[in-house]
Design a binder for this molecule. Structure first.
Ligand code: URA
Length: 440
């Protein structure tokens, strides 16, 4: 079998066999196939797509590329959660501790930043000494003892996604429905949970911009999850403007801690409660309404925040910075972006915010590039707020004046201020299960 023939076949719009998919995934993991040929195939997939059987075969090949986590020695339901990627999306850091604090185990595999979106592993890396790569046994022990652990792909665990993910990030092949579905679901299958809650983002700051495309992505992922015997539910949620106020890495950890202390922004708090309640409901903890109350209580009584600290400690991280935020490294420069007119904020474009944060140093321009944990954006205003001319909309943080100047140019196109407030959209658009689609 030759990689060149596989690339040609997909370029010409033909379906790949299971053997061809296995060949390219295994060959790439063993470094027998070079980056440039896989990049060409990814671009062919981006343009020509994959059928449902091809997507399932790719998911399986990726999940099988390393070891799989066996959680059978942990009693009870284990539940995983994954977002398709957004801007300011730090919900995992809030939702997983809430759910774990209520007695449901959360074995979580997350990713790094992808395209203009952030990644939980990059955010966690801003906590000094915290380990997000460890032997599988250690991961299972933490899940068992603490109730929740969060790690990234590694040489042992879904190595195919580790390599393909970082290649997609720098070859403009992220926004592909089958590549997103197989990337996410391979991790979910390998991490061994019984149930999966997916947060499929929809809007300018997501890889799927329309509701129809987001529902299509949700449907295929639910189908893959159920195909592999996992109870899978997807919520399709709004990502037209950034979630919460912080976009970056350490600043998002701070916002997640504040939310767990009951002082988070309302959109982030509301979505986190919804996601946590859906996870608890999937795990059989009660009706959605009672699960929402339980999630709210776990924030109010401090048990969810204690669970985050326990996970950070178990993964060797410095928990003192979760109480004393001044211990996080600080960006050298700050720039306050001021409103040029007065009125209501009708738009804060999530994608442009994500691009600006990446330019500031919060994301990568090249594979394996080191990111600046302290870089990013704090929004002082949200969509719907009134603002006066000259008031600060956002503060940009960077350690390079050149990057700051480039980011200012991008951020200056982010916001739209009008005399009136136009229509605003809901936080949750739809719920997709194996039984069908419910729109809200
Ligand atoms: N998250 C992933 O793990 N993979 C993607 O492709 C997108 C979001």
């Amino acid at each position: 079998m030759r990689m060149l023939d596989i690339i040609t076949k997909k370029r010409d719009g033909n379906a790949l066999t299971k053997e061809e998919i296995d060949f390219f995934v295994t060959g790439y993991v063993k470094s027998e196939i070079p980056d440039y040929q896989v990049a060409a195939l990814l671009m062919a997939i981006y343009f020509k797509g994959l059928s449902e059987p091809e997507t399932i075969n790719l998911t399986l090949a990726m999940a099988n590329s390393g070891e799989k986590v066996d959680l059978s020695m942990i009693p009870g339901i284990k539940i995983d959660k994954h977002s398709t990627g957004g801007v300011g999306d730090k919900t995992t850091l809030i939702v997983a501790p809430i759910v774990a604090s209520l007695g449901v185990f959360v074995p979580k595999m997350s990713g790094r930043g992808l395209g203009f979106t952030g990644g939980t592993i990059d955010k966690l890396d801003s906590i000094p000494n915290l380990q997000t790569s460890m032997p599988i046994d250690a991961f299972v022990d933490i899940v068992k003892e603490v109730g929740f652990s969060d790690i990234g792909q590694s040489e042992n665990l879904v190595p195919a996604d580790k390599k393909i993910y970082s290649l997609r990030d720098v070859t403009a092949t992220v926004e592909s429905l089958p590549l997103i579905a197989s990337s996410i679901m391979s991790k979910k299958i390998a991490s061994g949970a019984d149930c999966i809650l997916l947060d499929v983002k929809c809007g300018s700051g997501a890889f799927m911009n329309t509701l129809d495309d987001s529902i299509e992505l949700a449907k295929i992922m639910v189908k893959i999850g159920e195909h592999f015997g996992k109870k899978t539910v997807a919520l399709v949620t709004n990502m037209d403007s950034p979630l919460g106020n912080a976009i970056g890495n350490s600043i998002e950890i701070v916002e997640a801690c504040e939310t767990l202390k009951g002082k988070g922004p309302s959109d982030l708090t509301e979505l986190s409660i919804e996601l946590a309640a859906n996870m608890l409901n999937l795990a059989g903890k009660g009706s959605l309404e009672s699960c929402k109350l339980m999630a709210k209580r776990a924030i109010a009584d401090g048990s969810a925040f204690e669970k985050l600290k326990a996970m950070v400690k178990a993964q060797n991280g410095d928990i003192s910075c979760l109480e004393d935020y001044s211990k996080f490294s600080k960006a050298k420069f700050q720039y306050h972006v001021k409103a040029k007119s007065s009125g209501f904020i009708n738009k804060i474009d999530a994608k442009l915010c994500g691009e600006a944060a990446k330019i500031l140093g919060a994301g990568r321009q090249k594979k394996d590039e080191k990111i600046d944990c302290s870089a990013g954006i704090i929004l002082h205003k949200k969509v719907g707020d009134r603002i006066d001319s000259g008031e600060t909309i956002a503060t940009l943080y960077s350690s390079s004046l050149e990057k700051q100047n480039d980011a200012i140019k991008v951020f200056s196109n982010c916001t739209l201020i009008n005399d009136n407030l136009n229509q605003t959209f809901p936080l949750i658009y739809a719920k997709v299960t194996s039984a069908g689609i419910e729109k809200f």
